[in-house]
Design a protein around this ligand. Structure first.
Ligand SMILES: NC(=O)c1ccc[n+]([C@@H]2O[C@H](COP(=O)([O-])OP(=O)(O)OC[C@H]3O[C@@H](n4cnc5c(N)ncnc54)[C@H](OP(=O)(O)O)[C@@H]3O)[C@@H](O)[C@H]2O)c1
Length: 297
């Protein structure tokens, strides 16, 4: 089987590619930087270098694939992440159609049922809609919860102020989070079996936790057992994101997303169709990864 995997050196794609190669398949990986794909090419992947923003490039990079893994990178300086994702989805749609690809695993997000009020996640709603308009293509839209890796973004705040937080806070059991290894495992299973038909939506969640528990578990791993999750205001969060180099619109989109997490708007449909099976990576497992990054940072 020949697969094309976008976002090759990324969190999820890099794990997915290794699994597909391990099973003896041909894997073409797409990224802008050949150096970052070197580890995968050493393992047998073929690197195709170029930007997903370039439709002609994407159409040619998808040539000959039996199935595709589509993801949407984040461009923090873009005019809008929603529009950015929609443009990339249009490029994927052209590439899938012109190359007659019948199977697509699409990395979407929890909350992708929302066309408005969910910040960048509205881009996933647009992307799902664009791909669903393709005739005769079997698509599974993976809708993972909040990534563990986002929590690396708290390291600066912990080191500077001894707290972690965001402009949302959720009680124990109400915060669905997803580890990249669990997401990659679900994507790999679909790509290896190719048994999905029509348009499917699948939520991918490792654990339903809470923000106080996250602070306690990560705090214990970095010898700060009293670490607290502090709920910031939307203004404070906007200020922090602008300082971190986000464009004004992308920062505003993130604050909108965080308030949709806080109100649980983002997870309303998830609670009606929870996954029967959860992933295997817990926040305690991730805390070890977190501690290593924290110490080397
Ligand atoms: N964060 C969350 O909580 C969350 C939750 C649900 C869903 N999601 C979805 O998951 C996505 C991120 O997935 P991930 O963490 O696996 O990815 P990631 O680690 O952010 O990786 C992005 C990859 O895409 C490549 N890339 C970036 N811009 C590109 C471009 N214009 N053309 C070609 N390649 C490009 C990058 O490599 P180069 O720089 O070398 O090109 C990088 O390897 C988000 O964008 C969102 O759609 C996120």
């Amino acid at each position: 089987m020949k697969y094309v995997v976008t976002g090759a050196a990324g969190n999820i794609s890099s794990i997915l590619v290794r699994r597909l190669l391990l099973e003896g398949h041909q894997v073409h990986v797409i990224g802008r930087n050949a150096g970052r794909m070197q580890e995968l090419t050493r393992l047998g992947a073929k690197a195709i270098t170029g930007s997903l923003e370039d439709r002609t490039f994407v159409v040619s990079a998808f040539r000959g694939a039996d199935a595709a893994y589509c993801m949407y990178p984040t461009d923090l300086q873009s005019d809008s992440l929603t529009e950015y994702a929609a443009r990339i989805a249009q490029n994927y749609a052209a590439a899938i159609q012109e190359n007659k690809i019948r199977y697509v695993v699409n990395l979407s997000s929890i909350g992708a049922h929302l066309a408005t009020n969910a910040g960048p996640v509205c881009g996933m709603n647009r992307a799902e809609t664009i791909l669903n308009a393709l005739p005769d293509v079997n698509i599974v839209h993976l809708r993972p919860g909040f990534f563990h890796t986002n929590l690396f973004g708290s390291i600066g705040l912990i080191k500077a102020s001894g707290i972690m937080g965001n402009c949302f806070a959720l009680p124990m059991g109400r915060f669905p989070v997803a580890h990249r290894a669990d997401i990659a495992a679900v994507a790999a299973d679909h790509l290896l079996k190719l048994q999905f038909k029509g348009h499917q939506v699948q939520y991918v969640v490792s654990e339903e936790t809470g923000t106080d528990e996250i602070a306690t578990q990560l705090g214990e791993a970095i010898s700060m057992p009293h670490l607290k999750w502090v709920k910031l205001t939307g203004e404070q969060m906007l200020f922090a994101l602008l300082n971190a180099g986000f464009s004004q619109r992308v920062a505003e989109e993130h604050v909108e997303l965080f308030s949709a997490i806080d109100s649980e708007l983002i997870s309303e449909q998830y609670w009606q169709s929870r996954p029967i099976q959860f992933g295997t990576v817990t926040m305690r497992d991730f805390a070890k990864e977190f501690a290593m990054v924290y110490q080397s940072n």
